[in-house]
Write a new protein. Sequence first.
Length: 263
Amino acid sequence: MNRRHLIEIEDQPWCPRVIRDYATDYLQFAIVAWKAYASVMPLLADALKRTCSRQILDLCSGGAGPWVDMLPALRAAGVDAPVRLTDKYPNREAFDHANRESHGAITGHLEPVDATAVPADLTGFRTMFSAFHHFRPEQARAILADAFNQRQGIAVFEAGQRDLKMLLSMFLVPLAVWVLTPFIRPFRWSRLLWTYLIPAVPLIILFDGFVSCLRFYSVEELRSLTIGLASDGYAWSAGTVEGKRVPMPVTYLIGVPIDMGKT
């Protein structure tokens, strides 16, 4: 199945902020509930140890990603690093919630951040969860090149893959949204309005879910994006690992500046 870069509604500037935030809130909640990225913790912990990184800079954080659930697992693996969340459209409420839940270990950067040109003062090992497929190949390569040029480590993770089975599974998404929404915190009556009475949130997540499946990069495509971004002091690795709670493969691409030192 060839990769197709169709539009996702959530990416568009005209998408109402409240709808975008409620969609990213759901995706964050579902990722944590299904422990979609639990299987990549050993890979991430190893990369952080190899680079001696003491700060994590999460890009395209959406609803704060899986970090509240993942930080204890990282600490158990011997890595204790604070996380700074960033996004082109920062979700202030979600960032503040993650800050409270993590007792200050997670903080949010409330200015828009372009993942293809991260400001030099935002240092740390870069991570992206369920976001890399939002970018066209030239943009995706720019994200990797920016990390490479600034001598920062980067780890890109995507739960899912581009195949018919994944596409068909998207038909279950509205049901999952309706079942899980009452458990999402903080509670908002408006969240119920836009999920049940006016089902904009489940319909947008369904549409964007189909598009995401068509946008996912294969391992071979990820490797091709790193061509020319290599040196004796920087190494790339790519592959897949199987999910733990749900049978969903996670694709990864990790870039490690092996002479990086502490950040």
